[in-house]
Write a protein that binds this ligand. Structure first.
Ligand code: SAM
Length: 254
C-alpha cells in the first residue's frame, strides 16, 4: 500500500465510530464472560484501538487505567477528543494513548490485568500476537481478543481462495483455542460476533460515508478504488456470513 492509499483509508475510516466489526453489547458480554471485577483498580492495554470506541466503553465500565495503542496517530487524535467529550466517568483521565506498533510494545513484564484487542491482532498474526503479548499480562491476567475465524469445517471454494490470499492464518475456533493452550493460556469463553456487528455497526456507517469521501477526495481514481475494495468486502460478507466472523476468545494466562 502506498502513502496516498493509506491516507485515503484513514480518511474513510476515522470519522466512523468503529474501524471493524463489534458492538457495545458484545463488548459488555466479553467483560462479563471474562469475569472482570468492576470495583478493583485495573491496568488494561487496548491494542489496535482505532478511534477508541471500545477503549472509551472500557473506561466507562471499569475502574481502570487504559493504554490505548495504535500505529496511526490520526486515529489516536480522534480517540483523545472523543474521550474528552465523555465528561462522565473521568474517561479522558483513564485513557493514555500510545502511538506504537503492536509488535514492538514497550510495556513492562506482567504490567497488565487485561489485554484487550478487537479486530487487530491479524496485523501481526494471531499466534505471534498471543505469544508476544503474554509476557505483559500478570499471572491470572485476562486476554480478550477477536480474530477472523471460520464458523464451519467446510466452506465454498471462492471464499476459501479469498481468505487464503488475504489472511492464510484464518482457521476454525478449535485451532485458535489450541494455539492459546499451546502458549500457556486457558480458554474461559468463546463466542462469535453476530451479523449486526458487521452490517449495522461497521459496514452501514462506512457505506453512508462513501459519497462524501469521494467528494472530499476529488473523485480520484485511488479514492474510487478504495470504495470499490470496501464494496467487494461487503458483498463477500453478505454472501458468505454463515461461514466466517470475528471469533472472540477470552482466556486466562496460567
Ligand atoms: N479495535 C478497533 C475497532 O474494533 O474499531 C480498530 C480495528 S481496525 C480493523 C484495526 C486497527 O489496528 C486499526 O486501528 C489500525 O490502525 C491498527 N493497526 C494495524 N496495524 C497495526 C500495528 N502494526 N500496530 C498497531 N496498530 C495497528
Amino acid at each position: 500500500m502506498n502513502d496516498i492509499q493509506m491516507q485515503l483509508l484513514i480518511d474513510l475510516h476515522k470519522s466512523n465510530l468503529r474501524q471493524g466489526p463489534g458492538g457495545e453489547a458484545e463488548t459488555k458480554k466479553m467483560l462479563k464472560l471474562a469475569d472482570i471485577d468492576k470495583s478493583k483498580p485495573l491496568k488494561i492495554a487496548d491494542i489496535g484501538c482505532g478511534t477508541g470506541n471500545s477503549s472509551i466503553l472500557l473506561a466507562k465500565e471499569l475502574n481502570a487505567q487504559i493504554t490505548a495503542v495504535d500505529f496511526l496517530p490520526e486515529f489516536l487524535e480522534v480517540l483523545q477528543s472523543q474521550a474528552k467529550a465523555h465528561k462522565e466517568h473521568k474517561v479522558a483521565e483513564k485513557i493514555t494513548t500510545l502511538n506504537c506498533s503492536m509488535d514492538s510494545l514497550p510495556f513492562a513484564t506482567e504490567e497488565f490485568d487485561l489485554i484487550f484487542s478487537e479486530g487487530a491482532i491479524y496485523n501481526m498474526g494471531f499466534e505471534a500476537g498471543v505469544a508476544d503479548w503474554k509476557r505483559f499480562l500478570k499471572p491470572g491476567g485476562k486476554l480478550i481478543v477477536s480474530e477472523i475465524t471460520w464458523l464451519t469445517a467446510k466452506r465454498p471454494q471462492e471464499l476459501q481462495a479469498h481468505w487464503d490470499a488475504e489472511y492464510p492464518e484464518i482457521d476454525v475456533a478449535s485451532a485458535k483455542i489450541k494455539i492459546l493452550e499451546q502458549h500457556g493460556y486457558c480458554l474461559e469463553a468463546y463466542f462469535y460476533l453476530p451479523v449486526h456487528c458487521w452490517k449495522d455497526n461497521y459496514y452501514l456507517p462506512m457505506q453512508k460515508g462513501f459519497d462524501a469521501f469521494l467528494e472530499r477526495n476529488g473523485q480520484s481514481t485511488q479514492a474510487k478504488e478504495i470504495v470499490e475494495g470496501e464494496k467487494a468486502e461487503i458483498a463477500l460478507y453478505e454472501k458468505y456470513s454463515d461461514y466466517y466472523s470475528y471469533g472472540v476468545y477470552i482466556a486466562r494466562k496460567l
